[in-house]
Write a protein that binds this ligand. Structure first.
Ligand SMILES: Nc1ncnc2c1ncn2[C@@H]1O[C@H](COP(=O)(O)OP(=O)(O)OP(=O)(O)O)[C@@H](O)[C@H]1O
Ligand code: SF4
Ligand SMILES: [Mg+2]
Length: 383
């Protein structure tokens, strides 16, 4: 990707999202937790997500509301985020990515499950303890147009977290801190009194990142942080995020639709489908050795510019729509669209685990995949 060019972005950033979706099938419950194996070379996990569930109630009636069901937005997800790594999360629209982000940010209350931050379950915290944890987990949002208050100056926007956490910067020191942050994200510190509309899309996303950094967090949850940006600007913002990660030893959870961007920035990648994690592994395992049929279908749909690489590639066309999360299929959630589905797939939920056939084998296919019939398939890889 192109090197970051400080401050030279085009002034109008056209929304341009690469609509490559991802998802995968089921995985669940306590067995999934046991199945999570720390990659050998990694340090301590900073976040451990265990059987996380978020069901939004579906109600009927205007005066006397009664619950008639639930949207199972996130339905038993487990994964680890390691110190200093980037974990990419891909999944098609509505599969639950933003809900996971909100649960980790404690903006939504989990229906069930735990989120351990340095070993402490933060879903049960309140008051001061909760506030202290919140300082360490910050978020960068998708749309820099709507996530910044147009009536506030950039200085006030970036410095706002200090109002909630005054201990992070004494009042007299805040202006200097905000100017330092502007400098860190590649913006002129003299812009401190400008308003969001005076910046380009990429510059606005830099402001969002500066705000995310204000409290010196350890984890940043990035929900589609570059999806609304022009392709050329995406590269600059990604470069900046990578630079900041090294500088501040940040751990990123990076949610996106674009498989190529996720591969570029991520150390590991998780593929979600209908509220579940289908497959998770290193970027090489997922992109070059996917074993879950859904991941394979997604990768086969990525446009490949090289005609030689295109030749002989198998294109997997998925049929049918994504089922409703209010009424997901039994067994494997992907079965209604899976070309390999068998009887077992409708009765048994496949757990997210290293497939039996690959256990102990020295192969990149030996990573967690929630499929009863997980196997490698030669699909063309996203660059
Ligand atoms: N507050 C809510 N009340 C009811 N249903 C909700 C709520 N928030 C999300 N959902 C539903 O939960 C499911 C997951 O939504 P979520 O926003 O997490 O998906 P997503 O993967 O982030 O999608 P996108 O890629 O479009 O951003 C969707 O079916 C959505 O309609
Ligand atoms: S083969 Fe069965 S378990 Fe595997 S993804 Fe397809 S439907 Fe799910
Ligand atoms: Mg979302």
């Amino acid at each position: 990707m192109a090197e970051l060019n400080k401050g030279d972005e085009p002034m109008d950033a056209t929304p341009n999202v690469s609509e490559v979706d991802a998802s995968g099938a089921a995985a669940t419950e306590s067995a999934a937790v046991e199945a999570i194996e720390a990659p050998v070379e990694r340090g301590e996990p900073i976040l451990q997500v265990r059987n996380l569930v978020k069901h939004f109630p579906l109600t009927q009636g205007i005066v006397l509301k009664r619950q008639i069901g639930a949207v199972k937005a996130v339905d038993g997800i487990s994964f680890d985020l390691y110190q200093g790594e980037t974990l990419g999360i891909v999944g098609e629209s509505g599969c639950g990515k933003s809900t996971v982000a909100k649960l980790l940010m404690l903006l939504e209350k989990a229906t069930a499950g735990e989120v351990y931050y340095k070993g402490q379950d933060i879903t049960r915290l309140s008051g001061r303890a909760l506030k202290a944890v919140r300082r360490n987990i910050q978020m960068v949002f998708q749309d820099p147009y709507t996530s910044l208050n147009p009536r506030m100056t950039v200085g006030d926007i970036i410095g706002e977290p200090y109002e909630i956490h005054p201990e992070a910067a004494p009042k007299g020191d805040r202006r200097r801190k905000v100017q330092d942050l502007l400098d860190v994200v590649g913006l002129n510190p003299e812009y401190i009194n400008r308003y969001p509309h005076q910046f380009s899309g990429g510059q606005r996303q830099r402001i969002g990142i500066a705000r995310g950094l204000a409290l010196n967090p350890e984890i940043i949850i990035c929900d589609e942080p570059v999806s609304a940006l022009d392709v050329s600007v995406q590269a600059q913002v990604i470069n900046l995020m990578e630079k900041l990660q090294d500088e501040f030893n940040l751990s990123y959870l990076f949610i996106a639709h674009d498989l190529s961007i996720v591969r570029h920035i991520s150390d590991r990648v998780g593929v979600m489908y209908l509220g579940k994690m289908a497959e998770i592994g290193t970027d090489q395992q997922i992109y070059d050795h996917p074993t879950h049929p859904y991941t394979q279908a997604l990768l086969s749909a990525v446009p490949v510019p090289d005609p030689e690489a295109r030749e002989g590639r198998e294109r997997i066309i998925l049929t049918g729509d994504v089922p409703s999360p209010a009424n997901p299929p039994s067994g494997c959630r992907f079965r209604t669209r899976c070309w390999k589905a068998q009887d077992k797939c409708s009765t048994e939920v496949p757990l997210l685990a290293v497939p039996e056939r690959f256990k102990g084998a020295d192969t990149p296919a030996a990573h967690e995949s929630a499929c009863h019939f997980a196997e490698e398939k030669d699909v063309v890889h996203a660059a």
